[in-house]
Design a protein around this ligand. Sequence first.
Ligand code: UDP
Length: 457
Amino acid sequence: MNSTTEKRIALISVHGDPAIEIGKEEAGGQNVYVRHVGEALAQIGWKVDMFTRKVSLEQDSIVQHSENCRTIRLKAGPLEFVPRDDIFGYLPEFIDNFLEFQGKNSISYQLVHTNYWLSSWVGMELKKIQGVKQVHTYHSLGAVKYNTIENIPQIASQRLAVEKQVLETAERIVATSPQEKEHMRSLVSTKGNIDIIPCGTDIQRFGSIGRDAARLELGIDPETKVVLYVGRFDQRKGIETLIRAVSESKVGDCNKVQLIIGGGSTPGNSDGIERDRIEQIVNELGMSDFTTFAGRLSQDVLPTYYGAADVCVVPSHYEPFGLVAIEAMASGTPVVASDVGGLQFTVVNEETGLLAPAQDVAAFANAIDRILLNPEWRDKLGKAGRKRVETKFSWDGVANQLSELYTQLLQPQPLASTAKELVHSAAELVQSTAKELVHSTAELMHSKAKQPVLVAK
Ligand code: UDP
């Protein structure tokens, strides 16, 4: 295998470290995606290096996950947490250190898969420097996000420009749902190549424990109706909608319901502030007796929580994909989700759960009641969800699709198509030169025609 066809790839995720604990501020779906894609690719023969930004001196610079998969942390800016909106200025240093790493290790990546717009810029620069091919996954689109928030950050115009440029120049964009692709086309650009390859989940891990055993482990009464939320504390995740919906629901009225909110936070940080706000609403609505803030749930304990729940609610204002929905479905638990973005793709309304308009408290209350008050239907929805995930969203399946894409991109360009491109660009050159010639001759004649008048004056 020569250097152009070697199965080696750099996954770049500047702000989403694939080796850290998931479920805290700015550590969610992207980190899970990069880590699992990396590990699954390594299992099918790829050498995978995942590059991220180092955020403290104590962090190891290299974490080896398996023989062919590692996380490499590069210095870019201060060795501390920096919110993603403030990272752009540190990217040139990230690139310098990436190049230095390549040099020191005698590696030259031919292909990079970048994640989120910050990394996409790194990929585009590497394309200029060493002609890498680039695959990009957005994880979030500025054009969608800025439509749903009030305080638009200063970096917004830069982000929008970079997101358009990468769509138009990367060898391939990976949209994780048809809805995300549609948003790219309608809000970003009609140019560029987009493939749809969904996110995945661990179908062995999720679904490994049944409801009774899970409840026994967590000390939850078999008769209790359990409503579960898993995710970061961020206003756009819509936790407030869920709380108000449970408070309005019929089951919220009886004393047989338990609401579990899982997700980490740090006091004083943006997620800590959102958690305080949510806790205050819980108290105001008199729900504190049956609401548990479970804190950050590790990936090891998560299957037990999903398994114990009667329904998992994903009330996000927007979600490009939404891993939590497929994790719950893989666990045989029906999902009530906002009728937006990738959730319209993962959750099949009335078959694997229910979709409700985002932020519509009454609709969420009604959907939660419908599932909780009909255990037979709940089980039917749960089974259908598990089946859907098995057939569409396993990491192995996702990694196979990505592997095919990478392999195709790494193939040396067939001579015929190179020749075709050459002919095409030569023709374009001739055409534009001819056009320019006609244009300047016309201008010359025009100015000559004008001259006598000027002279006469
Ligand atoms: N997560 C976790 N522990 C928590 C909360 C969340 O491991 O306490 C994980 C969750 O299992 C999922 C990811 O974080 O894999 C969240 O991904 P999702 O796409 O739902 O949301 P994002 O964070 O990307 O907005």
